[in-house]
Ligand binder design. Structure first.
Ligand code: HEM
Length: 459
């Protein structure tokens, strides 16, 4: 395709033509990952298409990703289509907030509570809850029973985040949260694929979304109100206490109650859905690759000798960590992100007009053949220190990068390694006979279509 030369050296971004559907909309809706993969094959690492009239630019090279997320990050905010869709739920919380000044202050208040050292304080919750899940399996199931793993690890993720945030043991309220979140997620996922009619139009869908948001709000405000009411509120050494007492080093002020509410909700949502997908995919991949599961088990035998993994074991479980890294490559749970260009820019020699929506799709990036040979093959060996050092850092961004990198990255990685090591130590999760291959379903996050179901046996 001819490239339009502009004043200076920059050329227009190649555009997907009508042959791909109305500028891409139909094909994107039908098969988002296939449509984008075809675009990359035909046009290269940057191309433009239209999604319901909104011009989108896909960027798919590590240099482009570094440019947008790190080198020129201040030119790119989250006033982009994806975040506009999810903002009715996430509101002013860190995940979707577009305003850089507001984001900076909130991140300053929260970051100290998510460092590796701070996360270490929550590892005990993780070990305990993983042990409790295995106890329930042993109590409620017989060898050979097929478990709904996605449901099991979803509950686990929610229990862990609830204990870490609120010192709460999960009961019926958390099931209410799960249901409400699932409802909001379905509605917004469908709306993202076809944003019509606008959510401001009164429809049954809007009423359902409002009810779901109100239910999640009740869940969060119940904990906050109760904590503020109690005289011994500081007794609980949890994230809520820490956030309630956070003080900004620059202006000496704390977090407004409304912002605290939104941040707590953002943590619940950020921690729940992504971790659930990551663990589901990890157990699925291990079941499909028994030789890898065996190595995880061998490592566990040598390090743990039958007991559950805890924080101190992490440095001695490098292979388990490589399995986690490779899972997050193949099925990157937060596979899609967007940015909005505040001013005109140039990426890879192409002109990016002000106001453009940029799409980053880590499912595709993590399969870029220049950096990932045989990209569909599950191979934890890609994550030995030597091979990591030989690749551009931004060929792999399961947690994003730059200022807006996932605040829960250490929390998530700790939880994932502890869960994989402990479950594999004492139990086997295998594919039931005749189980079909599970397809990824690209919603707001990357779900296993139909969920992961595996047969359970104590070891
Ligand atoms: C496997 C699990 C997880 C994955 C794959 C994941 C992925 C991501 C990604 C890719 C981003 C950046 C999005 C962007 O740049 O547009 C992000 C942001 C965020 N995540 Fe996570 N996440 C995970 C777990 C968690 C956990 C456990 C928490 C909380 C405890 C959390 C809280 C957040 C928050 C608050 C942000 C917004 C950060 C900011 O903009 O300052 N995430 N996550």
């Amino acid at each position: 395709m001819a490239k339009t030369m502009l004043p200076g050296r920059a050329t227009e971004v190649p555009t997907v033509g009508r042959a791909d559907g109305i500028g891409g909309t139909l094909a994107f809706r039908r098969d988002q990952l296939g449509f984008l993969a075809r675009g990359v094959r035909r046009h290269g690492d940057i191309f433009r298409f239209r999604l319901l009239g909104i011009p989108m630019i896909l960027v798919n090279h590590p240099d482009h990703i570094r440019h947008v997320l790190v080198d020129n990050a201040m030119n790119y905010d989250k006033d982009a289509m994806l975040f506009r869709v999810v903002r009715p739920v996430l509101r002013t919380g860190l995940i979707a907030i577009a305003d850089w000044d507001h984001w900076r202050r909130q991140r300053r208040l929260m970051a100290p509570h998510f460092t590796p050292r701070a996360v270490a304080g929550f590892a005990r919750n993780m070990t305990d809850e993983i042990g409790a899940m295995l106890g329930r399996w042993e109590r409620d199931h017989r060898p050979g029973d097929v478990l709904d793993i996605t449901d099991e690890v979803g509950q686990l993720a929610l229990r862990i985040v609830n204990r870490s945030l609120f010192s709460a043991r999960v009961g019926d309220t958390a099931q209410g949260f799960e249901r409400a979140f699932g409802e909001a997620n379905d509605i917004l996922g469908a709306f993202f694929r076809f944003p019509f009619p606008p959510l401001s139009v009164p429809t049954p869908r809007r009423r359902r979304l409002r009810r779901a948001i109100a239910s999640m709000d009740d869940f969060v405000s119940g904990f906050i109100t109760e904590r503020l009411r109690r005289a011994d509120a500081d007794a609980e050494p949890d994230l809520l206490t820490l956030l309630l007492h956070s003080v900004d080093a620059e202006d000496g002020a704390g977090m407004a109650l409304e912002n605290l509410h939104h941040e707590v909700l953002n943590i619940c949502i950020g921690a729940y859905e992504t971790t659930t997908n990551a663990l589901s995919w990890a157990f699925y991949l291990l079941a499909r690759h028994p030789e890898v599961a065996r190595r995880v088990r061998d490592e566990g035998d040598a390090v743990l000798g039958g007991r559950p993994a805890d924080l101190a074991d992490l440095p001695r479980l490098p292979y388990t960590r490589m399995v986690v890294d490779e899972t997050l490559r193949i099925y990157s749970p937060a596979y899609m992100s967007m940015r909005h260009a505040r001013a005109q820019d140039e990426i890879g020699g192409h002109r990016v007009p002000a106001g453009s929506n940029l799409l980053i799709n880590s499912y595709l990036l993590h399969r870029h053949p220049d950096f990932w040979p045989d990209p569909d093959r599950f191979d934890p060996g890609r994550f030995t220190p030597d091979r990591v050092a030989a690749r551009p850092k931004h060929a792999y961004v399961p947690f994003g990068s730059g200022a807006r990198v996932c605040i829960g990255k250490h929390f998530a990685l700790t939880e994932l390694v502890l869960a994989l090591a402990t479950v594999n130590q004492r139990h086997r999760l295998v594919l039931p006979p005749g189980a079909p291959e599970v397809e990824p379903e690209p919603l707001i996050t990357l779900h296993p279509r139909g969920g992961i179901h595996l047969a359970w046996e104590p070891r």
